[in-house]
Design a protein around this ligand. Structure first.
Ligand SMILES: Cc1cc2nc3c(=O)[nH]c(=O)nc-3n(C[C@H](O)[C@H](O)[C@H](O)COP(=O)(O)OP(=O)(O)OC[C@H]3O[C@@H](n4cnc5c(N)ncnc54)[C@H](O)[C@@H]3O)c2cc1C
Length: 553
């Protein structure tokens, strides 16, 4: 924690030097002693201290200063640092002003100049006040702060990015937080673009892109070398498992992840069916453990970084990243999983991130306190989210298109939902209209059983309606099925014939695609099971085939 500040202000240079000297002599070990020669200059410094979240323990201020008196300065200073103790330095003639200040600015003490000897006239007073301040002081949050508007999609993106990359942050809503308003007033002449992402050293970024934030918080976005034994695209369970196995078995490995390591699993509030965790574990926890493990084996993890294109120049497989950089390797593993399918409803696109979210958006849970939350979907991910949000929201309503929740959801989740009092399930129900100016205000629900439509007030809608692979960037490189899932191993063989263009004298290995040396694992694979454990299993197993392939290159 930064040392608490003792701030002294005086326009007389000689007096200022003397006060500073005496303060340093006794308090410098545990405090930062700051000084200013005018109230205006001091207020500027206070703004910087506030942005850095540095605490101020005490103001020691001369009353007689031109332009701004000590009391006037304190009036403004305590708006920013209300807990700081306030001491006025006065001449005998100022006594009346000082007494008035006791009420006006809650003055704690006024000292008469000169204060010699300080051991008798200064230190006892300040010791007492500082002890009092320490007793009531709660250390500020020292991490990243995000100041923004709850309904801004950019604010949501910044929060989601930090949360999914396991960076603790404090959210300050400009609509309801006084601290947020103060921080905004102090940044960029009071008119910063939001969200404002403030770092512990007091510097900030206005409405930043994820890449800018990533660089500031120390995420790695650029590769260390141009060539790797193994490049893995996608940092979900399958990619992370492949990275751990590959690197632990000596392959120089880089993993490239577009958003945040953990993939879909990283957004799960509780994974209950992963072996070895009888009480379940959150996706964030699983992702953090896997990332630590991968880093321990010296996997390079680039995030956020997207692979935009793949090229084959035998014996190399070359990937081009979103920023244009190219990296090459002997073996490439595609573990890009699937993404939520978009709900095709008029007006929905505009409100995405402003009350409408794809996936669990756990960052929003606290904001939904005492509100009703609507969840669209009838599979496990929707069920998990409902149980999770029920701990925060007043009521959770699941809008399920089918006539039976059990058709798409595991029994254990259906049971949990039935046992949770504040979850309501509406069957045969779909959202057909969404409305709102700058955030979601109303939804219209259609009941396919009765044909009735109902419009209700709603501020939060979370969508979980199945998922599809995004593999267009692999078009013309590897064979895919009609839905974009990547074919591998035996699925590539047609009537005993190997895939088109295949030149090797062997069949494709299990998990190898139609291009030798390009492998696939996890949800993006045609025929995959779509579970965390199966992704992890495939990612690990694929490494055996990578070794076999490399032994022949
Ligand atoms: C909310 C939710 C809850 C779930 N709960 C469970 C559960 O309890 N139990 C269970 O077994 N399964 C659960 N699942 C399913 C499970 O999470 C998935 O099966 C698993 O995550 C698939 O892993 P994967 O590595 O194949 O892909 P993903 O997890 O989808 O990861 C793919 C990664 O690739 C990245 N990526 C995509 N394209 C690119 C590109 N071009 N460049 C770089 N990176 C890219 C993505 O950003 C993503 O991080 C849940 C899924 C969801 C959404």
């Amino acid at each position: 924690m930064a040392k608490p500040v003792i701030f002294t202000v005086d326009d007389d240079p000689e007096v200022l030097r003397a006060v500073e000297r005496d303060l340093r002599r006794r308090y410098a070990r545990e405090h930062r002693i700051l000084r200013a020669d005018s109230g205006i200059a001091a207020l500027d410094t206070l703004g910087e201290l506030k942005l850095r979240n540095d605490p101020v323990a005490l103001f020691l201020v001369d009353q007689r200063m031109p332009r701004m008196t000590g009391v006037q300065f304190l009036e403004e200073a305590i708006a920013t640092f209300p807990e700081a103790k306030r001491v006025l330095l006065t001449a005998y003639a100022d006594t009346e002003a000082a007494i008035r200040a006791i009420n006006e600015v809650g003055l704690d003490y006024y000292l008469l100049k000169p204060w010699d000897p300080p051991e008798e006239n200064l230190y006892p007073v300040l010791d007492d006040l500082l002890e009092d301040w320490r007793a009531g002081y709660r250390p500020p949050f020292e991490g990243v702060r995000v100041v923004g508007n709850r309904w801004s999609s950019r604010s949501y993106a910044a929060k989601d990015f930090l949360a999914r990359n396991q960076v603790p942050y404090r959210w300050l809503d400009i609509e309801i937080s006084e601290e947020a308003k103060e921080l905004v007033a102090k940044a960029d002449h009071g008119e910063p673009r939001l969200p404002l992402v403030i770092f512990p050293d007091g510097t900030y970024l206005e409405a930043p892109e994820n890449l800018e934030v990533a660089e500031r918080i120390g995420l790695k976005t650029r590769a260390e070398r141009p060539f790797y034994d193994l490049i893995i695209v996608g940092g979900g369970p399958a990619g992370l498992a492949a990275a751990v196995y590959g690197a632990s078995e000596g392959l120089k490995t880089v993993l490239i992840e577009r958003e945040a390591p953990g993939g879909q699993a990283g957004t799960s509030s509780r994974i209950e069916n992963y072996l070895g965790f009888p009480k379940g574990l959150s996706g964030g926890d699983l992702a953090r453990r896997a990332v630590d493990q991968a880093r321990r084996f010296e996997v390079e993890i680039l995030t956020p970084q997207e692979v935009a294109e793949v090229r084959v120049e035998d014996p190399y497989r070359i990937v081009r990243l979103g920023d244009g950089t190219e990296l090459s390797c002997h073996a490439l593993m595609v573990t890009t999983g699937v993404s939520y399918r978009r709900l095709d409803v008029p007006g929905l696109e505009k409100l995405t991130g402003a009350g409408i979210y794809y996936g669990a958006a756990m960052t929003e849970a606290l904001s939904c306190k005492n509100e009703d939350v609507y969840i669209v979907g009838g599979a496990n991910s929707a069920g998990q989210a409902a149980v999770y949000f029920a701990n925060h929201a007043r009521k959770v309503v699941i809008l399920c298109r089918s006539d039976d929740l059990g058709k798409g959801m595991s029994r254990y989740l259906v049971d949990q939902i039935e046992e949770t009092e504040n979850i309501e399930v509406r069957l045969n129900s779909s959202v057909v209209v969404v409305e709102g100016v700058d955030h979601l205000e109303k939804i219209t629900i259609n009941n396919s059983g009765t044909g009735e439509e109902e419009t209700i007030d709603a501020r939060s809608l979370f969508i979980f309606i199945g998922a599809a692979p995004k593999t267009d960037w692999l078009d013309d490189v590897v064979e895919r099925d009609e839905r974009g899932f990547i074919l591998s191993g035996p699925d590539l063989m047609r009537n005993g014939a190997r895939p088109k263009g295949w030149t090797l004298g062997r069949d494709p290995y299990l998990l190898e695609t139609s291009v030798p040396g390009i492998f696939v694992a996890g949800d993006v694979r045609h025929g995959s099971v779509k579970r965390v454990a199966s992704g992890v299993g495939e990612g690990s197993v694929a490494i055996q085939f990578v070794h076999r392939y490399l032994s022949q290159v």
